[in-house]
Design a protein around this ligand. Structure first.
Ligand SMILES: *[C@@H]1O[C@H](CO)[C@@H](O)[C@H](O)[C@H]1NC(C)=O
Length: 280
């Protein structure tokens, strides 16, 4: 009896150790910048901090900075928490986007256009397929993105592309190959994040320039996660359409926070709107 119970105690301890190890392993694999990304430019201006939990990008008059995911993906859901530049960020552009390589590349963009203290950032989005973009939509946010981290996600599945802010869809681009609209499917994309200056167009169309006395400008990134549908039972995003609740939220964003939609720009597309505009 005694031997058996001692044996089971040992087994229990052993099981507990396994649990703890696998638990801490899942936490680590949920995102560590040291393992998941490469710093691509900025000559020391991009910094990985807190043992890989935090990454800061910095911009001054001489240069911006950037990093990219080590992995490439074909269909993925990416989540990134970002805290945008605090105070006067006019002229700056902070980004987080998926992009493939080559002259006929695909791209799904989140770009955050800075502003004077207290004036709203613009979230600028675009979708390129085989090197062709011109599908801009712009939004204001319903919170101040400079005081806290918020989650910016991209769903890229065979049936649609969805951009989400704190899990609220702000844009859906459906796969409309059936009516002849090209859709990204074949070229693997990497997540790219950058901070750079575009004072000639970013803020009020270029009217407000960057105040370099405020430099360096800092944007912070946390909790990068890329779900590649390796475990279909948990990756519901891969096969699901937007449910009615998500559609309602998307409508709320479009009704209240959308400031530009290429699909409503009849002046620009005087020869006729792009084909997808008749459906989306
Ligand atoms: C900056 O603030 C002005 C004034 O509120 C606004 O018109 C503009 O859309 C804001 N955002 C950018 C990026 O210019």
């Amino acid at each position: 009896m005694k031997i058996i119970s001692r044996f089971s105690t040992i087994i229990n301890i052993f099981l507990i150790i396994i649990c703890i190890t696998s638990l801490s392993f899942t936490i680590i694999s949920a995102g560590n910048f040291n393992q998941d990304v490469d710093i691509t430019w900025g000559d020391g201006r991009a910094k990985i901090l807190d043992n890989g939990d935090l990454l800061t990008l910095s911009l001054d008059k001489a240069s911006g900075s950037g990093f990219q995911s080590k992995n490439e993906y074909i269909f993925v859901k990416t989540d990134m928490q970002i805290k945008l530049i605090h105070g006067n960020s006019a002229g700056t552009v902070t980004t987080s986007y998926l992009q493939s390589k080559g002259a006929t590349w695909d791209e799904i963009d989140f770009e955050f256009l800075g502003n004077l203290s207290g004036d709203p950032y613009i979230v600028h989005t675009n979708i390129f397929v085989q090197g062709k973009g011109a599908r801009e939509q712009q939004f204001y946010l319903w919170f101040d993105p400079t005081t806290d981290f918020h989650t910016y996600s991209i769903i890229w599945s065979p049936q649609h592309i969805v951009l989400l802010v704190d899990n609220i869809p702000i844009r859906e681009f459906k796969n409309l190959e059936s009516i002849g609209v090209p859709y990204p499917k074949y070229q693997p994309m990497r997540l790219q994040c950058t901070l750079w200056d575009a004072e000639d167009w970013a803020t009020r169309g270029g009217q407000v320039k960057t105040d370099w006395t405020q430099a360096p400008f800092i944007a912070s990134y946390k909790y990068f996660n890329a779900d590649t549908n390796k475990n279909p039972s948990t990756s519901t995003w891969f096969s699901q359409q937007l449910d009615s609740n998500s559609k309602e939220k998307l409508k709320w964003v479009r009704d209240n926070y959308m400031i530009y939609d290429y699909c409503k720009d009849f002046k620009r597309f005087s020869q006729g709107l792009p084909r997808e505009c008749s459906v989306n």
